[in-house]
Design a protein around this ligand. Structure first.
Ligand code: NAD
Ligand code: TYD
Length: 367
């Protein structure tokens, strides 16, 4: 213990970010290593199909950044990393995150999202409870989704998810995330474990894996491929720029009381079909195609099974208590996002030419 402490005493904090090679995790890692040069940031990621070291390449050489390829379901591996750095904070984002995949293969979602979270909780609890100051000064931040609250009807626009909305997940993905939230809460209530939870709405921005709506459709518009809109495109999502999400995580990690949970959202609801039209307009504008030239790519396909109708987050609590609010309006966020994908074609090509393409083809071949 002494040797470990000596190695790590120069860092004000030693924080593991799980899933730091994924979409949101990479933005969080970038923010933390740049904003807190006195913190050691340890990116723990298994590099599954959507984990990509290129997402954090621009900060990988900074002195306060470390990377460990490890699986969060592997207790020995996780415990060894926690011990090696005498970690005092964990921000947990590693997950299986795509609803469509959870419909075709729910087991990996239970394994990663439920058992993986439990493994991390147990490893952190074991190390922290054996340390001289116990849970004091420690923090486990669990990053979750608004999808745990189920779905809202279209005809009751006044309804939104608050922190006290009962959990009612519908998809295997949201069921696994809900279960992981319950385990975090159980650790708080049972052991006094120093955890917080955030539940965020749909994110968009650079480095999102192109199986998700916005990057997939930007790429398809550029390539003049069909845009598969599920059902009639009437489902509504509340979109938040990823940079605003990681700013909220930073705030909650540092300032929230143990056991607290905060909802994070953009107050920015769009039906899928309106969003797709706005995306086509923005891409066409940026690549100098005539306005509406690509509207013909919209292709209505079989609806997603159990497709949640509407998500909408009431994020007034985090605004009121911690002073957070979204910094970008959607028009600006979409402009930046489209620009990023257009100017990072090699990032996209590396993904779409690989294993992802096989998955993509298999998934859509019957539609
Ligand atoms: P992502 O799919 O882009 O990235 C997930 C990362 O986790 C990848 O780097 C992957 O390699 C890693 N990972 C997967 N299984 C692992 C394992 N067993 N061990 C270690 N690493 C593993 O996901 P994302 O969209 O960045 O989402 C991150 C987190 O935020 C997830 O927990 C998700 O539920 C939550 N969230 C996402 C959104 C969204 O709109 N994307 C919204 C709210 C909450
Ligand atoms: P997605 O990006 O998968 O996020 P989530 O399912 O977590 O909300 O999908 C966003 C919305 O877009 C969702 O209502 C499903 C819909 N969608 C399509 O219509 N077509 C697609 O090809 C994809 C990937 C999603």
């Amino acid at each position: 213990m002494e040797i470990i402490d000596n190695i790590n005493t120069n860092w004000a904090r030693r924080i593991i970010v799980t899933g730091g090679a994924g979409f949101i995790g990479s933005h969080l890692v970038r923010r933390l290593v740049q904003r807190y040069p006195n913190y050691l940031i340890i990116n723990l990621d298994a590099l599954t199909y959507c984990g990509n070291p290129a997402n954090v390449a621009d900060v990988a050489d900074l002195p306060n950044y470390r990377f460990h390829r490890a699986d969060i379901t592997d207790y020995e591996a996780v415990a060894a990393i926690i011990k090696q750095y005498n970690v005092d904070g964990i921000i947990h984002l590693a997950a299986e995150s795509h609803v469509d995949r959870s419909i075709s293969d729910p087991f990996i979602f239970a394994k990663t999202n439920v058992l993986g979270t439990l493994t991390l909780l147990q490893a952190a609890k074991d190390w922290w409870s054996a340390s001289p100051d116990g849970f004091s000064g420690k923090r486990f931040h669990h990053v979750s989704t608004d999808e745990v609250f189920g779905a809202l009807p279209l005809d009751r626009p006044e309804l939104m998810f608050s922190e006290t909305t009962p959990y009612a997940p519908h998809s295997p993905y949201s069921a696994s995330k809900a279960s992981s939230d319950h385990f975090v809460r159980a650790f708080v209530d049972t052991y006094g474990f120093p955890a917080v939870i955030t539940n965020c709405s749909n994110n968009y921005g650079p480095y999102q894996f192109p199986e998700k709506l916005i990057p997939l459709f930007i790429n398809n518009i550029v390539e003049r491929r069909p845009l598969p809109v599920y059902g009639q495109g009437l489902n509504v999502r509340d979109w938040l720029y990823v940079g605003d999400h990681v700013a909220a995580i930073d705030l909650v990690f540092h300032q929230a009381a143990n056991g607290a949970s905060y909802n994070i959202g953009g107050f920015n609801q769009w039906s899928n079909i309106d969003l797709v039209r706005a995306l086509i307009a923005e891409v066409d504008r940026q690549i100098n195609r005539p306005d509406g030239a690509d509207l013909d790519l919209i292709t209505f396909v079989k609806d997603r099974a159990g497709h949640d109708m509407r998500y909408a987050i009431d994020s007034s609590r985090i605004s009121r208590e911690l002073g957070w609010k979204p910094s970008l309006d959607f028009e600006e966020g979409l402009r930046i996002t489209v620009q990023w994908y257009l100017s990072h074609k090699e990032w996209m090509d590396e993904i779409t030419s690989g294993a992802y393409r096989e998955y993509y083809d298999k998934m859509y071949k019957n539609r």
